[in-house]
Ligand binder design. Structure first.
Ligand code: SDX
Length: 430
């Protein structure tokens, strides 16, 4: 980060010189951290549309160009050439691993995939129809009750163990949440399977017969995990950073991230997008829904469309669409009416002035639900799969925050619009 220039902020009574910091690429920032101390005024940005909350070197997004880089590597190249575990190593360590580093990391993750045997009782405390995200929030938070030896956030070795435990155990927890919801027995992780194959095996195998995981589906699952791994300071990553800034243990912080991701405006959009496509049902009903999305008096929005940062096509959505065709072909599905609806909806929206003017494009959630449904997952599992993949991003952001020497507890201020001071009045005088 470099600081060469300064900005002048004209205020009610005087001008203030504020430093401007520049990064490697992307917008520079006006540093307002000293503004309140010198002017007695706050800045105001409720949706953080113009606010950088931290310095980071993990992920860079150029929303205008539709560019997504992880440690400088384009998401398209990682999706094409890398694996999810290699991408995890990259996000955590800043560089792609060499052969020995990759092997050590993969072995470490493999050795941490089992849960403490007593944790299965948490699942049995839920109703069978509990949403998997409710289970994920509860069980991930409960990890802090079982893994005390990796909760000291000031010990780099404990942070490393906790990070690896979270990446390794989150698939097991997600698979157990799915098995519990359908009344089938939990399936233990298998050390002879790769990360994605192991997850699919834990979800779809049963004790009664051997299950062979399709390499094509495993590759598609692995690619979907890569596409969801991290995304700069999105709402759930910002939640994890804020929780971590208080010194909370890593498991509690990730549970907070899962809770935030659950919202339909964020990670819950993949579940909402498929439900929307199912509700539309056929191509001839698309215009009705396009009109509803444009109607200010109708709260309906095209789920899986639009993005706070991308004002161009989300590069992940392009890869997701291509993966969709690969999975359908692998499963011998030549005609998927929901995919037809999705592609026609995209075509119409991208040619409609409303969407063009507001720069609304398909995002990562628009096609993912079609693939996941085709692979056999219920819509209620879609956001849990997003959380599974995003855990590495949250962990990387959390580590980066703790290792930043300038890190302090996050404590925003406010514009107060309530009552000025007033005296208490006894009830017989109200
Ligand atoms: C994710 O931040 C991340 O990086 C998130 C994520 C990640 O990897 O972590 O990329 C994952 O969360 C993707 C987004 C998934 N959400 C959805 O698909 C839900 C549908 N999309 C929207 O709700 C909305 O686009 C958001 C929440 C994604 C972005 O909201 P913003 O940036 O606050 O934009 P906005 O709501 O202010 O919308 C700007 C305008 C508004 O119209 P005006 O009030 O200016 O007239 O665009 C309209 C909105 O009404 N608009 C839409 C729309 N999205 C925005 N109109 C119809 N359909 C939509 N989907």
């Amino acid at each position: 980060m470099s600081t060469e220039k300064s900005a002048k902020l004209g205020s009610l009574d005087k001008e203030y010189d504020l430093p401007i910091h520049s990064g490697t690429v992307g917008p520079s920032v006006v540093d307002v951290s000293a503004l309140y101390g010198t002017s007695g005024q706050f800045t105001y940005d409720p949706g953080f549309t113009s606010t950088a909350s931290c310095k980071s070197s993990i992920t860079y997004i150029d929303g205008e160009q539709g560019i997504l880089l992880h440690r400088g590597y384009p998401i398209e190249q990682l999706a094409e050439h890398s694996t999810f575990l290699e991408t995890c190593y990259l996000l955590l360590n800043g560089e792609l691993p060499n052969t020995d580093e990759a092997q050590e990391f993969e072995n470490a993750i493999t050795q941490h995939t089992m849960l403490h045997e007593q944790m299965d009782r948490f699942f049995h405390g839920f109703r069978r129809d509990a949403h998997p995200m409710a289970i994920m929030v509860g069980v991930v938070g409960a990890l802090s009750a079982f893994y005390h030896d990796s909760t000291d956030i000031n010990d780099p070795e404990q942070r490393k163990i906790a990070s690896r435990r979270l990446i390794a155990k989150i698939p097991t927890i997600a698979a157990m949440a799915y098995k519990y919801s359908i009344g089938q027995p939990f399936v233990y992780p298998r050390n002879d399977l790769d990360f994605a194959s192991n997850f699919l095996h834990m979800c779809f195998s049963v004790p009664c017969e051997e299950m062979k995981v399709s390499p094509t589906l495993a590759r598609a699952m692995d690619k979907i995990f890569i596409l969801h791994a991290d995304h700069e300071q999105n709402a759930s990553a910002a939640t994890v950073r804020l929780a971590g800034s208080s010194g909370a243990n890593p498991f509690a912080c990730m549970a907070a991230g899962i809770a935030c991701l659950w919202g339909p405006a964020h990670g819950g959009a993949n579940e909402a997008a498929l439900e929307m496509l199912n509700e539309i049902g056929s191509v001839d009903r698309i215009p009705e829904y396009i009109n509803r999305a444009k109607d200010k008096n109708d709260e309906f929005r095209l789920m899986g469309f639009g993005h706070r940062v991308y004002k161009n096509y989300d590069p992940r959505a392009r890869v997701m669409q291509a993966t969709c065709h690969e999975v359908l072909k692998e499963l011998g599905i030549t005609d998927d009416p929901i995919l037809d609806v999705a592609m026609e909806l995209e075509r119409i929206a991208l040619n409609d002035d409303y969407f063009v003017e507001k720069k609304l494009y398909p995002n990562v959630d628009f096609y993912s639900g079609i693939i996941l449904k085709t692979m056999g997952f219920p819509t209620s599992m879609f956001t849990a799969l997003f959380a599974l993949a995003r855990t590495v991003g949250w962990v990387a952001q959390w580590n980066e925050m703790i290792e930043d020497p300038s890190q302090r507890i996050g404590r925003p201020r406010q514009l107060y619009i309530g009552h000025p001071a007033r005296d208490y009045t006894p009830i017989n005088k109200r």
